[in-house]
Ligand binder design. Structure first.
Ligand SMILES: Cc1cc2nc3c(=O)[nH]c(=O)nc-3n(C[C@H](O)[C@H](O)[C@H](O)COP(=O)(O)OP(=O)(O)OC[C@H]3O[C@@H](n4cnc5c(N)ncnc54)[C@H](O)[C@@H]3O)c2cc1C
Length: 394
């Protein structure tokens, strides 16, 4: 209970005056007692505060006047708003993708109290990837979800705590960093930014209107809706090639629209695309508009051949867009953490940002190679650097 300047105007014979005094005594609140029977001056003083309302007990709490308050009203008037509860931990990772899970395996195994804050799917983008063929140690490849679940189990076995929360900002408060989330406020001695990146949009008419009704960004998540249907895949990079190949499992035919004049994918993938009888690649082609009936589903894509200038409509049941990724760094806007010109987080060789105690690893880091093996490697490195940092600050 907060201690405030409190005057009670009352009388010994008044039961409510006695009740209030009793309540204050029980709650260890000091007060000045002014008996209205003692002098007219006390009565006048009280009346000057109550606009001449002549009732006791009257309380003056730091200038706020209460007339014969109930116990609840007393408690409310004297209650100091408590500072929002803060959950303190040694290490907090923002995100729970492969990077953060790898960090947590290392830190928790050394008994460093670690909490992972995740706004979406534990395992990040890896968890939504169908088959990962290039992650070392799996000769037949590994399902993304399986890998993500194993990383999670391993981290949790050592004591990592994963909490569902979207981080909206972080603030450097010296030894502790304050992390504001949808699930309350956290404090951490060290923070790891491991928020990865999100799908880039085409920003063409129809993309937002038909999102989820023919427009998709994740083949693993939504590909199965298009069994024996026609699809358009937009993009010419590794992800587009990989996801395009994955979609051949379901689609009857795929038109792949590529802005440039070649695919920017690995040789293996390019060969697979070229030899697939389900995929037709259209180079030098822009995607201008996604078409469909208002409130219904996608029916086509308007595309232009950049060389001939010819614009045409390609009929399709769905469009999967894979044109790159944007770093998830909007929440760092007022944090003081330095970003590069594309919005990725800059770090030094120890994976520390320009703010002491705030580290960054994985896809969201400037210069990252955007691979799960690298993400996991960076996660492990970050853990070792964080351990050193915690030892230094004591
Ligand atoms: C379609 C596709 C296929 C791929 N295939 C392969 C492959 O075959 N082999 C390979 O090596 N790599 C592949 N990759 C890349 C691989 O998925 C990434 O390199 C890896 O997932 C990066 O891990 P990360 O932990 O850094 O980020 P992510 O996996 O992106 O995880 C970041 C996590 O942070 C969370 N997050 C973001 N913002 C917040 C916030 N404000 N608050 C709380 N949580 C937040 C996100 O929800 C996410 O779960 C593929 C990527 C894509 C998109």
């Amino acid at each position: 209970m907060a201690q405030k300047n409190l005057i009670i105007y009352g009388a010994h014979w008044c039961p409510d005056s006695q009740r209030v005094k009793h309540w204050l005594g029980e709650h260890d609140v000091n007060y000045v007692w002014k008996n209205v029977d003692d002098s007219q001056a006390i009565v006048d003083e009280m009346l000057s505060k109550t606009d001449n309302t002549n009732l006791i007990p009257t309380l003056d709490i730091d200038g706020t006047i209460l007339v014969n308050p109930s116990d609840d009203e007393l408690a409310a008037a004297l209650h100091e708003p408590e500072e929002a509860e803060i959950n303190y931990h040694d290490v907090i990772t923002i995100g729970a993708g492969p990077t953060a899970l790898a960090t947590a395996i290392y830190t928790t195994r050394e008994d460093i109290d670690t909490v992972l804050l995740e706004k979406g799917v534990v395992g990040g983008l890896a968890a939504t990837t169908d088959l990962i063929e290039n992650y070392p140690g799996f000769d037949e490849g590994v399902e993304g979800l399986h890998l993500a679940q194993n990383l999670q189990k391993q981290a949790e076995r050592f004591g990592a705590l994963i909490e569902l929360a979207e981080v909206s900002s972080i603030k450097d408060e010296g030894q502790y960093k304050k992390i504001i989330t949808s699930n309350g406020t956290y404090g951490a001695r060290a923070v790891l930014i491991a928020t990865g990146s999100d799908y880039k949009r085409l920003n063409v008419p129809g993309e937002t209107e038909f999102y989820g009704r023919g427009v998709h960004f994740c083949a693993t998540c939504d590909g199965a809706f298009y069994r024996d249907k026609r699809l358009v895949v937009v993009g010419g990079g590794n992800s587009a090639a990989q996801e395009g190949m994955f979609l051949t499992k379901f689609a009857s035919h795929i038109d792949m629209l590529v802005r440039g004049d070649h695919l920017k994918a690995s040789e293996v993938l390019i060969k697979k695309i070229e030899s697939s009888d389900k995929i037709t690649v259209h180079f030098n082609t822009t995607t201008d508009e996604i078409l469909g009936e208002e409130g219904k589903f996608v029916t086509g894509v308007r595309a232009t051949d950049k060389q001939s200038g010819e614009s045409r409509v390609i009929a399709t049941d769905g469009v999967f867009v894979f044109v790159g990724l944007n770093p998830n760094t909007a929440f760092l806007a007022d944090s003081g953490v330095k970003l590069d010109e594309h919005g990725f987080v800059e770090t030094d060789r120890t994976l520390q940002t320009n703010i002491s105690g705030i580290f960054c690893a994985g896809d969201v880091r400037a210069g990252a190679t955007q691979q799960i093996a690298s993400a996991v490697g960076e996660g492990a490195t970050a853990a070792l650097m964080i351990r050193e940092y915690l030892e230094e600050i004591g």
